[in-house]
Design a binder for this molecule. Structure first.
Ligand code: DGL
Length: 242
């Protein structure tokens, strides 16, 4: 199948890597909206406008389905837009919440400001009888996308220090960028980070077809290309600017 995937930037690339790993025989068309990063600080109206442009672009590419590899879009506008484009559109929150039913008790949900403030992710987890601590981590995305990666431990400490002695059995990366700092989060709290890429990939009912990969970004620089190569694990990868 031809599968459109989008996010603001590298977070969706981390999800794409897992889609390719677990569902390899498909054509993936990725769009990363780097010019509008970070989505986590945008208004609902802005998010709707970005999503509309990207979904229409992916439809022009004749995809069979679209995966919103973004917690911020999934929590803030998914329910409103999902039936508006005449094509199946999937979010990341529903598959994660369905997967977690009866698998954990007290979780720490980390996500962007817009995701946490929407309360959508938290209430869908609570519907599954899971106790949820939630925390906005607005500096994680700029650090993951930027050059000062060594700052990450400083912000992990700032955001997570209050959760050190709670009985948390799982960290949920409610932003698709955060699996890129799973090890650092696990080391700090000594709690496992949920593998959301596996869950998203295995929730999809996808028919095998031929393989393919096209990656578009609204803004590209050398460090973005290096990061994409590192995450996907393919040094030959080419990015297209749109
Ligand atoms: N990776 C996205 C998310 O899952 C967007 C993060 C951002 O651009 O702030 O929320």
């Amino acid at each position: 199948m031809r599968i459109g995937v989008f996010d603001s930037g590298l977070g969706g690339i981390a999800t794409l890597k897992d889609l390719i790993k677990y569902k390899p025989n498909n054509e993936y068309i990725y769009f990363g909206d780097t010019i509008n990063l970070p989505y986590g600080e945008k208004t609902k109206e802005e998010l709707k406008d970005y999503a509309d442009k990207i979904i229409n672009f992916l439809k022009e590419k004749e995809v069979d389905m679209i995966i919103i590899a973004c917690g911020t879009i999934s929590s803030n506008i998914y329910e409103e837009i999902k039936d508006s484009y005449g094509i199946p559109i999937y979010d990341i929150i529903n598959p994660i919440c369905n997967y977690l039913e009866n698998k954990c008790h007290d979780v720490l949900l980390l996500a962007t400001s817009m995701t946490i403030r929407s309360k959508v992710f938290k209430s869908k987890l609570e519907e599954k009888n899971i106790k949820v601590y939630d925390k906005e981590c607005p500096m994680f995305v700029p650090i993951i996308e930027g050059k000062n990666k060594e700052d990450i431990n400083k912000y992990i400490e700032e955001y997570l220090i209050d959760y050190k002695n709670r009985n948390i059995d799982l960290i949920i990366p409610g932003c698709t960028h955060y699996p890129l700092i799973s090890k650092e989060l696990e080391n700090y709290l000594n709690v496992k980070v949920l593998d959301i890429g596996y869950i998203i990939a295995s929730s999809l009912d996808i028919k095998d077809s031929k393989k393919g990969l096209e990656i578009y970004f609204s803004k590209i620089d050398d460090s973005l290309l290096e990061n994409v190569k590192r995450i996907i694990g393919d040094t030959e990868i080419k990015l297209k600017k749109l």
